[in-house]
Design a protein around this ligand. Sequence first.
Ligand SMILES: [Fe+2]
Ligand SMILES: [Fe+2]
Length: 331
Amino acid sequence: MTTTPTRPAEVRSTFHSILEGGLDFDALPMRLFVQGNQKFWDPSQIDFSEDAEHWKLLDEDQKEGIASLAVQFLIGEEAVTEDIQPFMRAMAMEGRLEDEMYLTQFAFEEAKHVEVFRRWFNAVGVKEDLHYLLEEIDGGRDEDNFTNIFTQVQPEAMNRLWTDNSPEAQIRANVVYNQFVEGTLALTGYWAWSTILESLGGLFPGMQELVRMISRDERRHLAWGTYNIRRHVAEDDAMWEVAKADLDDMMALMTRRHEIEMADTSPEAEEQRQRGRELGVGPERAWEYQVDRLQRRYGAIESARGAGAEQIEHGLDEDEEGDEHGYASLT
Ligand SMILES: [Fe+2]
Ligand SMILES: [Fe+2]
């Protein structure tokens, strides 16, 4: 009796790695994979002992300000660790072993980012429940706030990939996760963070090292994201409009949040903005940086229109990595 598999994708009939030619080591995902292995780093080896000493010198307000920033990174890293998994699944469904291999490393690196931030909190002795900081960051709003991106916008876009690996679903996931969260929000956050630490005269050397290590990884993550989305746009020109509409959504979301924050004219809000300006990361500068990063994502994707498959698979230089020196400047 012959049985017809009802879930063909669950059944393996051939092995990609022993097909003629095996793995395509020249394709971007494999180049990123090899690079990532060569640049391996271990979060447990970063020395936070000086950070713990610096922490003791801060007053309560300063401690809360720093913890609020760090907590945004930590929850973001946790959310991206979990939410990348369906993308790996989507690549498996397409039979793209090289992408799948790279994404195992990608997920592993996100998990290390969670580990390293948690180790930092532990090293400076902050172990209480920190959800109250998120409520403060969100200013009591349920929508258009920071946390919402990770509790709703990103998981919705990513989890669709469990059942739908169409180009449209991949583009949505990619725009939210790779282009917006990694390529715009996190990049702006890491830029602000390293600017602040520099302004404060070398405060928290362990944290500075952590930002450098994470930026090296994120540069490859963004390169993969850009490669994935460029592939869909090159294959079908109609996909550019899909990507553009999704990018416009992210621009609108970002703008709403910025406008709400700037509309707060309370003395506390103004004082906080002024503190930011003194550290080189005032809201005007940060907004300009953020908009510039998102606008670069449009350009990086649109330039794939009409490109050949060969150019997409093998063309992007590792030095460019689709990042245009965003994360590269932080490493
Ligand atoms: Fe990360
Ligand atoms: Fe990442």
